[in-house]
Design a protein around this ligand. Structure first.
Ligand SMILES: [Zn+2]
Length: 183
């Protein structure tokens, strides 16, 4: 398995709309394994293929406490949305930034697994939020798009400054919170 590089906002490649996965082969399984390793190492609870510059409709998620229950969603679709939940979100592509985003509280979704079989899911709580967040990535959308332009400007400035500092001192540890809200 290989740890992949995660694209960071405002990298324009994060704006790419992902294409459907049509081939369910060993290369796809390798991509899934690499993305899981990348997500766990980050650490985060969800990762969309877009974030690792692979522009196909593939998402990996693990919201379990012990990070041992990986879930894979390929070509996901939301069939039904219910309720509204506002919660703090973060993103591996927008490191260290957290803000409130409104999402549907419950969703019914359909997705394929690594073998191409179709499944339907009823999701709520963190898993529902996470899938909605990751599906936005596949459309080239980021959670900061829901915030005001002023906030986005501040975020860009802050990330720029941090990148410069990181480049200046490679050994400096990256600001990181607990992984629970990093999608
Ligand atoms: Zn994200």
């Amino acid at each position: 398995m290989t740890k992949l590089a995660i694209l960071e906002y405002p990298d324009p490649r994060l704006r790419t709309k992902a294409a459907p996965v049509t081939v369910f082969d060993a290369a796809l399984k390798r991509q899934i394994a690499d993305m899981l390793e990348t997500m766990y190492a980050a650490p985060g609870i969800g990762l969309a293929a877009t974030q690792v510059d692979w522009h196909y409709r593939l998402i990996v998620i693990d919201v379990s406490e012990d990070q041992k229950q990986p879930q894979v969603f390929i070509n996901p679709q939301i069939l039904e949305r219910q309720g509204e939940a506002a919660g703090e979100e973060g993103c591996l592509s927008v490191p260290g930034i957290f803000d409130d985003v409104k999402r549907a509280q419950k969703i019914r979704a359909r997705a394929q697994d690594a073998d191409g079989r179709t499944h339907e899911f009823e999701l709520d709580g963190m898993l529902a939020v996470c899938l909605q967040h990751e599906m936005d990535h596949l459309e080239g959308r980021l959670f900061v798009d829901y915030l005001s332009e002023l906030k986005r400007q501040r975020i860009r400035k802050r990330l720029d400054k941090e990148r410069r500092e990181r480049d200046a001192s490679r050994a400096a540890p990256r600001r990181q919170r607990t992984p629970e809200h990093v999608l």
